[in-house]
Design a protein around this ligand. Structure first.
Ligand code: BTN
Length: 254
């Protein structure tokens, strides 16, 4: 049913045509990575109604109740693997946002790639890569909160679903819209890297021009001013030591 609805609704050329849907799975990212190892084509899509081991960035749990939200992972097999792919998550954020704007126009991008509305998280993106010789296999996973089904206490203040904003839409309709919007963004990004999405990313980015606290993957946190984005999507922050690049991390309001 879900897979048939997606197949009927999609207008993409290559994204999501090979599609595995599960009623329940550990993590769609793990399943997509296993499928990639077994030869999944560029653009292959894995979705699930529920995840038992949905993962977020920094090893966090991604809340994945049945039938409520979008849980999706896409396999990408870029021809050229170079530094530009570090900004893939930013490009995916642009694509998801464009797909969701028809239902909600107040969506911001929190650097690097969270979609937020009113300070609460609407969608998250998890990009994972592995190399087979010089050929990268990338899995882009995203979760989009769709139905208003309530939040566990620990997420109540920080998460939001389209349904919480008064939008009544199905997860399959949301998935179709974001895949349709994402495909041209990924095509442009594969050619020109972050430069291809910069003009869309910057005005939507809620992190720029603000005091923020940067938490780096190692655990260290610093209060800085988020000044600009570098040519490749890294965040340029000004702190006591002057202007510094942040390649990866997470931001909180400063
Ligand atoms: C984050 O914001 O921390 C990233 C969240 C990514 C969640 C999605 S849900 C589908 C895919 N499968 C996973 O296990 N994680 C991603």
């Amino acid at each position: 049913m879900f897979a048939a609805e997606v197949a009927l609704g999609l207008s993409t050329q290559w994204l999501g045509h090979a599609h595995l849907h599960h009623a329940r799975i550990g993590s769609t990212n793990d399943d997509a990575a296993a499928w990639a190892r077994d030869g999944a084509p560029h653009g292959a899509l894995v979705t699930a109604d529920a995840q038992d081991a949905g993962r977020g960035r920094f090893g966090r749990v991604w809340h994945s109740p049945a039938g409520a939200h979008v849980y999706a992972s896409v396999v990408l097999r870029p021809e050229i693997a170079d530094g530009r792919w570090a900004a893939l998550g930013l490009a995916v954020g642009v694509g998801l946002r464009e797909g969701l704007l028809r239902w909600c126009d107040g969506i911001g991008l929190k650097w690097p790639n969270d979609l937020v509305v009113g300070g609460r998280k609407l969608a998250g993106i998890l990009c994972e890569a592995r190399w087979i010789g010089s050929a990268p296999q990338i899995v882009v996973g995203f979760g989009i909160n769709v139905k208003s089904v309530g939040w566990p206490e620990e997420l109540r203040a920080s998460a939001v679903a389209l349904g919480d904003l008064g939008v009544d839409v199905s997860p399959s309709a949301v998935l179709i819209a974001v895949l349709d919007a994402l495909e041209p963004v990924l095509d442009a990004f594969a050619t020109d890297g972050f430069a291809a999405v910069r003009a869309s990313y910057e005005p939507a980015c809620i992190s720029l021009g603000r005091e923020v606290v940067v938490s780096r993957p190692g655990g260290e946190s610093t209060r800085v001013f988020a000044e600009a984005l570098d040519h490749d999507g890294a965040l340029l922050v000004r702190g006591e030591g002057g202007l510094v690049r942040v390649d990866a991390g997470e931001l909180a309001p400063g």
